[in-house]
Every structure is written in C-alpha cells, then in structure tokens.
Design a protein around this ligand. Structure first.
Ligand code: ATP
Length: 484
C-alpha cells in the first residue's frame, strides 16, 4: 500500500497532474502546483460540487469573497487566540514537531505492541492536557514516554509552545502593527460576514445556504502525505442557516447528503466512514468527519459541523452590527411569527485537494492484461467520465491520405463542448495507453473507411472494447457519458 501511494505520486507528476511548487529551485515545502491534467480534474471536481450544492438547491447560493479580510474578523472567529498547534523542538536536530502528534504516534505504537491499557491511559492524559492547554504537561508526557526525535535519536526537548497557524502580511506602504492582516485560514468567515448582504439582496428565507470555493492558508508545521496537508490549499464550504432548535434535523440531513455526494461518483461505500468528534469545540453542538481509507489509513476529507449561532454572535459582538434575521413564519405553537433571532449554522467543509487525491488514488489501477501468449499491463485511471480531464482523444490511424484532415474536422465540431486531445504520433496501442493513464473515457480513431462512410471506431477506456459509429453521433455518445 505504501508502494501504491508512491506510484500515484509519481504518476501524478509524470502525467501532468501535480508538481512540487518551485521545483527547479528545489521546491517549496507543502506547496504544490496543478498541471495541465490536474487543473482540469480539479475544475471538474469543483463543478460537481457547485452543481450539487448551488445549482440543485434553490435555497443555496454561491459567493466569492476576498482572501484579505478585516483583521478583527479573526479575533471574532477565535483564530487569533485559538488557532494554534502545540509545538516542541528537539535541541539536537533543531527539528520542530507537533507535541500531540508525537504522543499520537506513541499511542499507536503502544497499541501495536498490544499494550492497549497503557495506550488508553496515555490518550486520556494527552486529551486532558490539550483540553486544559496545559503545555508543560504535554512536555512531561513526552519525557515520561521517552519519545525520541526520529532525526537525532535523542530525547532532548525544549518547552512546548503554541504556534499560530495563520500567515500574516502587511497592507499599505508604511508597515506598522495596525496594518497587519492575515491570509484567511478558512473560507467560512467570508460567508458569515456576508450573510446579511446575501440574505437581503437575494431575499433569502431561512433555511438557506451560502456556498463558496476558494483558497485558504495555514502555516502547517508538519507537512506530510503529499497534498493532504498543504500550506496553501482550497476549500469548498457551505454554511446553512437554520432556525434555532432545528439544527439537529438539518445536521443529520447534511451529514447524509454529503456522503451521498461522495458515493454518487461510484466509490465503494466501504472506502468511507464517519468519524464522530467526541471532543467538541466549545461552539459546536455536533461534528462528524467523512473519512476516506487512503493507502496510509482513514483520513478526514470533509467535516460537517453544527456551529450553533457562535460565529454570527461573535461578529455581532465585535462589529456591533445586528446579525439578526426576521422570520415572518408563524410558529404553530404560539400562533405568532418566529420573529428576530440569530440563525444557527450547519457547515459542510471539504478540502478540494484532499478530494483530488482521493479521486486519483481511487481511480488508479495497474491492470494486468497478460494472456498465455504474452505479458502485458496498463496503468489506467478509472475516473468518473464527468471528472476525466480529457473526454475523448481523436486519432488519425496514419499521418497521410487525408486522415489527419478528417480527424481535425471531427475534432473542430466537438471541441467547444468537450475537452479533447488530438494525437497522431506513435502506434494506436501506445496512444491508447497514454490516454488510459490520464483517464480519458473515449479514444476515437479515424481510418480509411471513415473517409468513405463517415464512421469511426470508438474505444472505451474501461472495457477496452471498440465499436464503429457514425461520426455525427459522437456528440451524443460522448455527451451521454460525460455529463452529470
Ligand atoms: P486536519 O485535522 O486534518 O488538520 P482540520 O480539522 O483542521 O483538518 P478543517 O478546519 O475542518 O480541517 O477544514 C476542513 C477541510 O479542509 C478538511 O476536512 C480538509 O479536507 C481540508 N484541509 C484542512 N487543512 C488542510 C491542509 N493543510 N491541506 C489541505 N487540506 C486541508
């Protein structure tokens, strides 16, 4: 399984999906670029999400708020004071680690050694220390457990310190403290601070939602597992505003709806599981993660949180602007309108990059095609056709006899509607393999017969079967499979 992960990473690079950022300068840690196929795949995932959330729900609208926001927003949201990780440095290697991560690794090790009660005890001790923000206690536990730095091999540790995850920068020409602003660590606050703008301008009635796709930035100290933990990443978030008291019902609905969104791509249900948060943030009244079984284990891809009226109340307090909504609907119990209140919020928050990695890993297959006569194999991405970066590749069988011209003519008719690739180099078999490797659902070959009767062969990625069809039917055939 380790190999599978490594193979997917090198495949992603070799076929133009993901590159290390600034690679010719030896890279920038935990930052990645999406290549020609990666950006198409990423856009298709966004489209799938946007259609499912915004287009299919009449009471959900989308916005695109700025990355830079008023710095007080991050005081109100709790990020200035609370958004930090407890870090510890090894004095010999000068390497920095997350204190809780060192302990988590130790707990996993104890578990593996069958020392379950010791593991449980340590887990409780750690949770208590984290809850109480007792940093000296975290250090004590690390020392007690004799946890060593994987690099230096020593247990020579500094104190544990809180390390804020937000990036800051300066606006304006003359930089002083008051000009410090942050790169947003989540997209959600852009929705909260615009909730009344959208509600009023869109005449939205509760329950309603606001969705957004955008970049977020976190100064993650430990960058690992490829695009799972990045310093610059993208989120797809939706805040759903509901009447207080109805949050549980909406939470359960969104929890199910979001899992269904994942499963509708054809992923095996056993690859997914829910993880319920038992330690809830002080503002939350329920929280579940949707986890996917990556080659390195189950890992959070999406969070569904019931955030109460915490965020809007905080913004009311810090901005001194009313955040209330007037609900004209009549409460059947009192016979009077529900009136003014601050809505409760159910949030669904998915990491686009993690979804991208999940999609790639889930689609990746090294398929053995050997027969008794000869050994053969291919690497194929079994992507949902709607997500595939290239929908069809058009091949003239040879480079002469007017076949390229005919192939181009077919391509020109289709390329406004579908992302296509034209290829005339190498044998057809080799061209098929290149398209399999990027997940192209159809390969269309133009041969001599095409010139006579306008038919072409269409070869299907998954079955590798070929059929002959009229070129005029291609639009419908491709459209049927690659549309949502
Ligand atoms: P984790 O515990 O893995 O750090 P989180 O609980 O901090 O994640 P949230 O704040 O709930 O994550 O963010 C919502 C989603 O954003 C996550 O489910 C994840 O998919 C994505 N995400 C969060 N941090 C990163 C990151 N550093 N790189 C890539 N995606 C991220």
């Amino acid at each position: 399984t380790d190999d599978l992960f490594k193979n997917v990473i090198s495949h992603a690079k070799e076929y133009g999906f993901v590159f290390q950022s600034s690679e010719i300068y030896d890279g920038l840690s935990a930052v990645y670029d999406y290549g020609q196929n990666g950006s198409e795949l990423k856009n298709n995932i966004k489209t799938y999400w946007w259609k499912a959330m915004v287009q299919m729900n009449e009471n959900i609208v989308g916005i695109d708020s700025a990355i830079f926001m008023h710095p007080t927003i991050w005081k109100a949201s709790g990020h200035v004071d609370g958004f930090s990780d407890p870090m510890i440095d090894n004095k010999d290697s000068k390497k920095r680690y997350r204190a809780d991560q060192l302990l988590e690794d130790r707990i996993a090790q104890l578990d593996e050694e069958g020392k379950t009660s010791e593991a449980e005890e340590l887990q409780i001790e750690m949770d208590n220390a984290l809850k109480a923000e007792n940093l000296p206690r975290l250090r004590e536990l690390i020392i007690e457990q004799n946890i060593k730095c994987p690099v230096s091999g020593t247990a020579n540790w500094t104190d544990v310190r809180q390390f804020n995850l937000m990036f800051s920068t300066q606006v304006g020409a003359i930089a002083d403290e008051s000009d410090t602003i942050y790169l947003r660590p989540e997209t959600a606050q852009g929705i909260f601070v615009n909730y009344l703008n959208v509600q009023k301008s869109g005449r939205m009635k509760i329950p309603f939602g606001i969705a957004q796709i955008g970049k977020a930035f976190r100064n993650e100290v430990i960058a690992r597992q490829f695009i799972i933990r990045m310093r610059e990443f993208e989120q797809m978030e939706m805040q759903f505003f509901v009447r207080p008291g109805t949050q549980r019902e909406w939470f359960d609905k969104w929890k199910q709806t979001r899992l269904n969104w994942h499963l509708a791509l054809g992923t095996a249900p056993e690859k997914y599981r829910y993880h319920e948060h038992t330690k809830l943030a002080h503002y939350a009244d329920a929280a579940f993660d949707i986890e996917y079984n990556f080659p390195f284990g189950f890992k959070e891809v999406e969070g569904i949180h019931s955030r109460t009226d915490f965020d809007l109340s905080q913004h009311e307090k810090f901005s001194r602007k009313k955040m209330q909504y007037f609900d004209p609907e009549v409460d059947p119990e009192t016979g009077k309108p529900y009136g003014n209140y601050i809505p409760y919020v159910i949030e669904t928050s998915i990491g686009l990059d993690r979804m991208f990695l999940l999609t790639l890993i889930n689609a990746y297959e090294e398929e053995d095609l050997s027969t008794e006569e000869k050994q053969d194999s291919r690497t194929v991405l079994r992507l949902h056709p709607a997500l595939a970066p290239v929908k069809a590749a058009i091949f003239p069988l040879t480079k002469k006899d007017g076949l390229p011209e005919k192939a181009r003519e077919i391509m020109d008719k289709l390329k406004l509607n579908f992302n296509l690739q034209y290829e005339e180099k190498d044998a057809i078999g080799k061209r098929y393999r290149r398209q399999d490797a990027i997940g192209t659902p159809f390969c269309i070959t133009v041969d001599h017969q095409s010139l006579e009767d306008n038919t072409v062969t269409i070869r299907h990625r998954d079955t590798m079967e070929q059929e002959r069809v009229n070129a005029d039917d291609l639009e419908r055939i491709i459209g049927d499979l690659v549309s949502w």
